[in-house]
Design a protein around this ligand. Structure first.
Ligand SMILES: [Zn+2]
Length: 413
């Protein structure tokens, strides 16, 4: 399996080289905007062949950029339009119709999917930048101490900060791709994309099975094959979240334009904060259990969350988003560490007795957060039961059950 990543490398150009960087990135930007206009005029259908025929020679005649970089311009513009196309698709145009919904008694909203034709003007490249193809337009030289890079009409050697290079230049599993030269707050950076070969998780080599229950009281409850449980408390999170909810309700009550702006900023802040927590949570889990681990999570797609007394919908939305975010981050990090995430059905995972296997809703006492099996007497914390049952499904998966899940066939009443 291959993984594509980006390395951000700080460059240290001297005075003359800085000017050369400025020239080349401005020139590249200028050509991007010319090609973007052409792309727009041609109704977003241009192919590389047509670019070669209609644009390439003209651009070459009027620019000092070398031939490969002129061709990169097409790739850059094309990629940007593709990104925008995806964004438009994800955000359909919506409007209120005159039609009144039979159930709701309110005006019905209509959604129209959008494509590039909805753009009223060409995409503008507002930042100077330049894209480089590896080995033709940039490479490491002088035993990896400098980067040799093309500017207008020549190639220069620039020192860079090797300390933060996330890979070794000798590593044969690393393949460097295209790089982008940009200036951020007066500093020059080369954003290099690279692919790394990583060994995949194999069922036969699996050593640890960990069930992970996500919740509010405990952010995660992890149960492993050695009968060890690890709880991560959600107390501090809940406290901070309450503060956010309080601020939110105050701003909502105001209802002014500036309050709405602040609300938006607050939501961003809260999401970033949650994303950061999820990053730490998933990192810790992956590091704790090491390679060859199967993490088992329940599928939360159709699960409704516990009621909360503050703004219900918003809270629920945030939870489902943050639970999903944790799943995404854990999946990504696990794969990078020769491990895997398995998503299983959430059915009966909080009702089944991990010891005798009986499924009984009454076994769980929500208010006491306790699980007590009336059949065999097994007793534990109710968050732990979820993790234990998930771990059980993981074991079944390892032993060959393709879609392990619990079913109501062993109920005794
Ligand atoms: Zn039992």
């Amino acid at each position: 399996m291959e993984q594509t990543l980006t390395a951000k490398v700080r460059l240290y150009p001297n005075h003359e080289q800085t000017q050369q960087f400025e020239e080349v990135t401005k020139e590249y930007q200028r050509l991007c905007n010319i090609v973007s206009q052409w792309y727009f005029d041609e109704h977003f259908l241009p192919e590389r062949k047509r670019f070669q025929k209609e644009m390439y020679h003209d651009l070459r005649a009027k620019s000092n950029l070398n031939s490969l970089m002129v061709q990169s311009v097409f790739r850059t513009v094309n990629a940007r339009y593709k990104t925008v196309q995806t964004q438009l698709k994800q955000r359909p145009f919506k409007y209120k119709t005159d039609e009144i919904g039979a159930k709701t008694g309110k005006n019905v909203w209509k959604y129209i999917p959008r494509d590039l034709e909805w753009l009223r003007k060409p995409i503008k490249f507002s930042r100077p930048q330049a894209d480089y193809v590896r080995s033709y337009n940039y490479s490491f030289v002088q035993k990896g101490t400098k980067i040799s890079i093309n500017v207008l009409g020549k190639r220069i050697k620039v020192p860079f900060n090797a300390t933060y290079l996330p890979f070794s230049l000798e590593d044969k599993d690393i393949k460097l791709g295209t790089a982008k030269l940009v200036c951020l707050k007066g500093h020059w950076f080369l954003h290099m994309s690279y692919t790394k070969a990583i060994s995949e998780w194999q069922k036969e080599d699996n050593q640890h099975v960990v069930g992970i229950d996500r919740g509010l009281r405990f952010l995660t409850t992890a149960y492993d094959e050695k009968d060890k449980t690890n709880f991560v408390s959600g107390k501090n999170i809940a406290y901070k979240r309450k503060k956010y909810a309080y601020l939110r309700s105050k701003l909502q009550a105001k209802g002014t334009k500036s309050a709405k702006r602040k609300l938006k900023r607050l939501a961003h802040q809260e999401n970033r904060w949650m994303a950061d927590i999820n990053h730490c949570l998933s990192k810790t889990l992956v590091e704790r259990y090491g390679q060859n681990t199967l993490f088992v999570l329940e599928d939360l797609t159709n699960v409704t969350f516990e009621k909360s007394n503050s703004n219900k919908d918003q809270t629920r939305e945030l939870h489902s988003w943050s639970f999903y975010d944790l799943q995404t981050k854990l999946t990504y990090k696990a794969q990078r560490n020769q491990s895997q995430v398995l998503i299983v059905s959430a059915n009966y995972t909080s009702q089944r007795c991990p010891r005798c296997g009986q499924i009984r809703k009454e076994n769980r006492n929500h208010s006491l957060h306790e699980y007590k099996c009336v059949n065999c007497g097994f007793r534990t914390n109710d968050d732990r039961v979820g993790a234990m049952n998930l771990q059980e499904l993981g074991k079944q998966y390892i032993s060959g059950v393709e879609r392990p899940k619990f079913e109501l066939n062993n109920v005794t009443d």
